[in-house]
Ligand binder design. Structure first.
Ligand code: PLP
Length: 389
C-alpha cells in the first residue's frame, strides 16, 4: 500500500528547515566552531534551576490547568505591563505555551482558514513556512533589505494586501537578520493592520536582546492594536532556556479562547515543574539577562568587524538577537556552496541564507552565541578561507 499518499499531504509536503540540515550534518564533526544553531551558549541561571528542583522535591508533579498556573500568568501579566506597555487579563488573555513555537502554532491555527494569505518577511525564519503549509495558508513574501536595516517597510506590506490577507507575521528583533523594526515602521505596519482589519502575530522572542541603540516596541502597545495582535514571547533566549520549552502569548480573549483549545488538544499544558521555574525566571533577579546581553554586544561587534575585515564579506553590526547576516555577494558563490566549503575547509559552520528564502541568497547567517575565544579563532579561519577562495 502506498502509505505516503494516504497521509495528510499538507504535512507530508511541508518544508523542512535547512537550519536543522546543517546542524545535523556538523553535530558529529570534530573541531568545527559552531555558528549554526540559534541558542545561547550560557547555562540557565542557578535560581531558575533551583526553582525547578524545589518543584520536583515538593511533589509539584501533577496536571495543571491548560493555560498555565495562575501564579505564572499573573507574573507574566505584570511583566507585560511593566516591560511591554500592554495589559492583558491573566484569567482569559494569557496562555503559557510549549516554547515560542507553541504560541506561534496555536495562534496561527486559531485564526487561519485554508486559503488565507499571511504576510511574512523574506528572508524569514523557516518555521513560519512549515506551519503555514500545514494550515493550508498562502505565505505572501515581503522582501526585507539590508539597505533598510532589514526592516519590514509598511509601503511594501501595503502592496501585498488583498481581500484574503488574514495576518502579518512580524518578528523584531529578527531572526535571521539581526534587524530591529524602527518605531516609524512599526507604527506604519500598525496603521495598515487597523485600516484593513488584519491580525498581527508579533514574534518577540528576542525582545531582551537589543544590542545597538534601537528600542524594542511591542506592536500591541500602539493605539488600537491590542485587540488585533497576538503577542508571542519565550523564555528560551532571554534566560538561556531553549530546552525547557516554555513560551507564552497574550491576546484579546476572543482570540485566546480558540488559541487555548489548540494548545490544550496538542500539549495539554507545559510541564508543571518548568512552570515553577518560569515564575522564578520572570519574578527573580534580572541581572543574568543584562550580563548575557552585555556579552552578546561584544561578541556581535567582534564577529562583524572580523568578517568585514576580509574585504570580501560585509555585514551590519547587529541591532538585536544574536545573528550576523553576512553579505557574501562579492564572492559570486551560492550561499549553500559557501557554507558547505567553509565547514569542510575552515571548520566553521553557519547557515546558508537561502535556507531563509529567496532573498536570503547571497547571505550567510552566523549565530554568535559562542565564546569570544571561539569567535576570534573562527574569524581567523574564515579570513584565511576567504583569501584562498
Ligand atoms: C524568530 C523566532 N521565533 C520563535 C522562536 C521560538 O523559540 P522557542 O520555541 O525555543 O521558544 C525562535 C527560536 O529560534 C525564533 O528564532
Amino acid at each position: 500500500m502506498d502509505l505516503k499518499s494516504r497521509m495528510n499531504l499538507n504535512v507530508v509536503n511541508a518544508p523542512m528547515s535547512g537550519i536543522r540540515k546543517i546542524a545535523d550534518s556538523v553535530a558529529t564533526m570534530p573541531d568545527v566552531i559552531r555558528f549554526d544553531l540559534g541558542e545561547p551558549d550560557f547555562d540557565t541561571p542557578k535560581h531558575i534551576k533551583d526553582a525547578a528542583i524545589k518543584a520536583i522535591n515538593d511533589g509539584f508533579s501533577h496536571y495543571t490547568v491548560g493555560p498555565g498556573i495562575m501564579e505564572l500568568r499573573k507574573a507574566i501579566a505584570a511583566k507585560l505591563k511593566r516591560d511591554n506597555g500592554i495589559e492583558y487579563d491573566p484569567e482569559t488573555e494569557i496562555t503559557v505555551t510549549a516554547g515560542g513555537v507553541g504560541a506561534i502554532y496555536s495562534g496561527l491555527q486559531a485564526i487561519i482558514n485554508p486559503g488565507d494569505e499571511v504576510i511574512v518577511s523574506d528572508p524569514v525564519w523557516p518555521v513560519y513556512l512549515g506551519i503555514l503549509a500545514i494550515l493550508e495558508a498562502k505565505p505572501v513574501l515581503v522582501t526585507i533589505k539590508e539597505s533598510d536595516k532589514f526592516n519590514m517597510l509598511p509601503a511594501e506590506v501595503e502592496k501585498k494586501i488583498t481581500s484574503k490577507t488574514k495576518c502579518i507575521c512580524l518578528n523584531s528583533p529578527n531572526n535571521p537578520t539581526g534587524g530591529v523594526m524602527s518605531e516609524v515602521n512599526m507604527r506604519g505596519i500598525a496603521e495598515i493592520a487597523k485600516k484593513h482589519g488584519i491580525f498581527v502575530l508579533s514574534d518577540e522572542s528576542y525582545e531582551k536582546l537589543i544590542l545597538g541603540n534601537s528600542k524594542h516596541i511591542s506592536i500591541a502597545s500602539l493605539p488600537g492594536m491590542r485587540d488585533l495582535t497576538i503577542s508571542q514571547f519565550t523564555l528560551s533566549k532571554t534566560y538561556a532556556m531553549t530546552g525547557w520549552r516554555l513560551g507564552y502569548c497574550a491576546a484579546n480573549k476572543e482570540i485566546m479562547a480558540p488559541l487555548r483549545k489548540v494548545s490544550l488538544y496538542s500539549i495539554t499544558h507545559v510541564s508543571s515543574i518548568v512552570q515553577k521555574a518560569a515564575v522564578a525566571a520572570i519574578t527573580g533577579p534580572q541581572q543574568c539577562v543584562d550580563e548575557m546581553v552585555g556579552e552578546f554586544k561584544k561578541r556581535g561587534k567582534l564577529l562583524a568587524d572580523g568578517l568585514n575585515a576580509t574585504g570580501k564579506i560585509s555585514c551590519l553590526v547587529p541591532e538585536g538577537a544574536f545573528y550576523v547576516f553576512a553579505n557574501i555577494k562579492k564572492l559570486n558563490m551560492k550561499s549553500e556552496d559557501f557554507v558547505l566549503r567553509m565547514i569542510k575547509e575552515a571548520g566553521v559552520s553557519a547557515v546558508n541564507g537561502s535556507s531563509f528564502g529567496e532573498s536570503g541568497e547571497g547571505y550567510v547567517r552566523f549565530c554568535f552565541a559562542n565564546s569570544e575565544e571561539n569567535i576570534k579563532k573562527a574569524v581567523e579561519r574564515v579570513q584565511k578561507f576567504v583569501k584562498n577562495l
